[in-house]
Structures are given as C-alpha cells and as structure tokens.
Design a binder for this molecule. Structure first.
Ligand code: ZN
Ligand code: ZN
Length: 347
C-alpha cells in the first residue's frame, strides 16, 4: 500500500478535509504505527479555527494516538511489529540541553504531532521511537489515546504543585483536564478535592469521581472554598480553564503555603493583591507547560491499575471521516468539552 486516508487542516477557519496522502516511511530511529484510536481534543478546535499556529499546511491533525506498531526503523530495538503502543505527542531530538535534562517540552527542535508534523487522524503515523510507549493489554486503545494529552498534563500540574498525601486540592475546570486531575489527586492521597465549574454536567461527572462540586454559576467559588475548608483555603489550586477570573480565584483560594498551578492557556493578564494573596501566605504561582515523557510510564501504570478511570470520560466514537470529526469539533468550539470523542479506525 502506497497511500492512506488522512483528515487534514488545509486552511485555518475551514472544515478539515479527507485526503489521500502518501504512506509515511519511518527513518532509522522511527516507528510506523497503524493508528487504532485518535482522541479529538479541544485544542484541535482551536487549531482548526486558526487560534493557534499550525504548520506546514496542509497538515494531518490529531495528537492523542494509540495503535499497533506496523514497522520499526533499522536502529529501533525496543519495539517490533504488532506491539500495542501509545504516543507522547512531542517529537523531540533527545540531544539538546533541554532534552538532556529531561525537560524535552522545551526541546529546541521539538515538534508536536498534529500541530507541527502530521498527526493521528490518519491510518498510519510515523514518530521517533523515543516518543513511543508500550500500552498494556488491560488498557483499551481509546483510553491509551486520550490519556496522553489531558491526563498527562494534569499529572504534570500536580507534580509541579508538589501535591502531597493529606493535602486539599481545588480544580478550576472539570473538563478533560479536570476529570483526570481529580482522580489523580485522589490517587496521590489528597484529603479533599473540590471541582469548580459552571456546567452542571461536568460537576456531576466530577462528583462521580469523588470531588466536592462547587458551582461557580451559583456562588462565589473563593468564598465557598473558604467556607468548606473552615476558612483555611486549599493547599493546591489547579487552573485548567485559561481565564483571568479563574486564575485569580485559584490564587485567592490558597491556604498558607498553598501552590496555584496554572495550566489553562490565555494571553490576558490577571490581577493579584501581592501582600494579602501571595506574600502574606507564602503562596506560590507555578506555570505548567505540557508534560514530560518521564511522567508517562507512571501515568500508564495508574490507568492500568484503574486508579485513573477514563472509560466514563469517553462518550462518543466516530470513524476516520472529515464530516464526523468536523461535527465533533463544532460541538467543542461551541460548548467546550463534556466527555470525550475519539476517532476509531476501521479494522
Ligand atoms: Zn489534546
Ligand atoms: Zn531536544
């Protein structure tokens, strides 16, 4: 077979299109993967709308991928045809100063699949073997795909916030990131986890995963968290939405020595009152960018053990078809993420 189907961004602001493209060939250190499942992410709606740079165009979107090794390059010794795997979405060099220090999210030549190189809305994909992770039999491809984006970033946020057992957590945003963060926080041994959102459906899901729902449409979440913690505030606040308002609320919800980890994207500024909200409490505001390859093995193990259950989060499957994917992206653009949809390739 010399060609394959791929659903691609041709021009920002236009629907994705199905194209017949050349089958990619793996280099010596690459793996050619037969895609089984690709997650449809809220980011893809931004990419399609032209809110983030995607290049070179046309480009196959899809950065949450699980599948089976079709062929490994000549120098790849740890994978063989038939292996079940999932992908770290960043193709990194492994050699620059950032990669050497285990901070490959800042790799000087790093390229995210589905954004700067062809992604997983296709029958096949090529990635460097260092971005390929074994997927245990117990984890379905659907979960293997979606855990490599939002769940991994939620884990990185909790690691950056240095969450310890017995501490309290507030997650601002109970979408894809939040529902993973809530479960991971509990797996870390968090004493109580608050989920702040305005969507009743998301709050209900968060409640189902053991969080105390805080409906910000009906109350001031800062005052409510203060009330629920006896005036103390939370040890860790995660901002997973990307709004100045919720960033401010995350900082204001902190207890003494609290840490606010900001993972939601925005280019707007937000206000803080330095003395009362940060200095006086020795609070910390921490930036979170993507996640690290070295965190993924632990994440995969938590999913394998069922401590992170993503089965209820996947609410819809669609075929590798441009109309179907565009329709899901339309919904994400309008209503945000409530449950996840994935592309499942035909056998
Ligand atoms: Zn994603
Ligand atoms: Zn590098």
């Amino acid at each position: 077979m010399e060609s394959m189907k791929a659903v691609r961004l041709i021009q920002p602001g236009r629907p994705l299109e199905l194209q017949e493209v050349k089958l990619p060939a793996p280099g010596a250190r690459d793996v050619l993967l037969r895609v089984k499942v690709a997650g449809i992410c809220h980011s893809d709606a931004h990419y399609r709308a032209g809110k983030s740079v995607v290049r070179p165009l046309p480009l196959t979107l899809g950065h949450e991928v699980a599948g089976v090794v079709e062929r490994a390059g000549a120098e790849v010794t740890n994978f063989k045809a038939g292996d079940r795997v999932c992908l770290h979405y960043l193709a990194s060099c492994g050699e620059c100063v950032y990669c050497q220090r285990g901070n490959e999210q800042f790799c000087t030549s790093g390229a995210m699949m589905g954004k700067y190189r062809d992604g997983g809305y296709a029958e096949f994909i090529v990635m460097p073997a260092r971005s390929v992770f074994r997927l245990p039999e117990e984890i379905p491809f659907e979960q293997g795909a979606i855990m490599m984006c939002s769940s991994a970033t939620s884990l990185h946020a909790l690691n950056k916030a240095r969450l310890r057992a017995g501490e309290s957590v507030a997650a601002f945003g109970a979408g894809g990131l939040g529902l993973s963060a809530i479960q991971l926080a509990r797996a870390f041994g968090a004493r109580e986890v608050f989920a702040v959102d305005i969507a009743p459906g998301k709050l209900a899901m968060a409640h189902g995963f053991g969080a105390v729902p805080v409906n910000a449409a009906a109350c001031d979440p800062v005052a409510e968290i203060a009330r629920l913690t006896g005036g103390r505030g939370v040890d860790v606040a995660l901002e997973l939405i990307g709004l100045p308002l919720t960033m401010r609320q995350a900082v204001q919800s902190l207890a003494i020595k609290g840490r606010a980890a900001l993972a939601g994207l925005t280019d707007k500024t937000f206000e803080i009152a330095p003395y009362m909200e940060v200095l006086n409490k020795e609070a910390e505001i921490i930036g979170v960018s993507d996640h690290l390859a070295q965190e993924l093995s632990g994440l995969i193990e938590w999913v394998r053990q069922g401590k992170l259950d993503l089965s209820r989060i996947i609410t819809r499957t669609v075929p590798l078809d441009a109309d179907a994917i565009n329709e899901v992206l339309d919904g994400l653009a309008k209503f945000g993420q409530e449950g996840r949809a994935v592309v499942v390739n035909a056998e």
